[in-house]
Ligand binder design. Structure first.
Ligand SMILES: Nc1ncnc2c1ncn2[C@@H]1O[C@H](COP(=O)(O)OP(=O)(O)OP(=O)(O)O)[C@@H](O)[C@H]1O
Ligand SMILES: [Mg+2]
Length: 251
């Protein structure tokens, strides 16, 4: 608990001449919920992409429990215990709810879609999928096509896909985006419960300040590819620079 589980050293990423991530050292402690906030274009998603193997840095390194994971692919990253969800919904709308959760479980075993029909041969997969869907309150909807779920349920399902492999670390990129206030509250509740019950360390990118301050133990504020400030939610709330640059009047 409370030790640094994942960190970056001098991480840098440019797109053409534009420096999206500018030489940053990030640190994430295990067993707490960290949120990353910052204005649009601050580099939050790019940072997650770099930490989870979706992108590779121009310079700098990423360490997971002191192992250099800078050049892992996303699949390898999952096998190391690091998963993520996406800012833009990333479920498989044509598959059933159940299949959406089975997929990451099967892929952890090196199996692909065609193995759905043999899921019964993988009792662990079937049992685990059921457990997750019950946790998400989606078990009753397991045979529905995922694209037919409400937006809030789709977001919950996406989270289920990210936590299915029982990751040590899970990055959620705006898990409540596009949801209504009721759905948002239930997603928030779900993350809280998962964090309390399981052994996954969560990092959440979030725009909704209520979510940030009620959910997270630590907040990192990014701006223009750099870390502007970090601290406990109360410190961040009172940080003048943060208020000026990002939070404005609403704090
Ligand atoms: N593949 C890419 N090619 C070119 N520019 C990119 C690419 N990905 C991101 N950028 C640029 O890098 C900057 C940071 O983008 P990023 O998506 O990381 O921001 P963000 O903090 O997640 O913003 P938001 O809150 O809008 O999601 C933006 O200016 C974006 O346009
Ligand atoms: Mg983003």
């Amino acid at each position: 608990m409370d030790e640094v589980i994942l960190r970056s050293e001098r991480l840098t990423k440019s797109f053409g001449k534009f420096i999206a991530i500018d030489n940053i050292d990030l640190k994430f402690k295990s067993g707490i919920i960290t949120s990353i906030i910052g204005p649009n274009g601050a580099g939050k998603t790019t940072a997650i992409n770099l930490l989870t193997g979706a992108l590779h840095p121009d310079k700098g390194k990423v360490f997971f429990k002191d192992k250099d994971i800078t050049s892992l692919t996303p699949d390898q990253s999952v096998k190391h215990g690091i998963t993520r969800s996406f800012q833009i919904m990333n479920i498989f709308p044509m598959l059933t709810v159940l299949q959406n959760v089975e997929l990451p479980l099967l892929s952890l075993l090196g199996k692909n879609l065609k193995w759905f029909y043999a899921v019964s041969r993988y009792r662990d997969v079937a049992e685990e999928a059921e457990k997750i869907l019950r946790e998400l309150s989606l078990w009753d909807k397991r045979n529905k096509v995922a694209g037919e779920l409400s937006h809030g349920d789709q977001r919950a399902l996406e989270m289920g896909m990210a936590i299915a492999p029982k990751p040590e670390m899970c990055f959620l990129d705006e898990p409540s985006s596009g949801t209504n206030p009721l759905e948002r509250a239930s997603i928030l509740e779900l993350i809280k419960r998962l964090a309390e019950e399981g052994s996954t360390t969560f990092v959440i990118i979030e725009h909704d300040m209520d979510v940030v301050f009620s959910l997270s133990d630590w907040t990192i504020v990014m701006n223009k590819g750099k870390v502007l400030a970090e601290g406990e939610p109360d410190e961040i709330r009172q940080n003048k620079e943060v208020v000026e640059i990002y939070l404005g009047e609403e704090v």
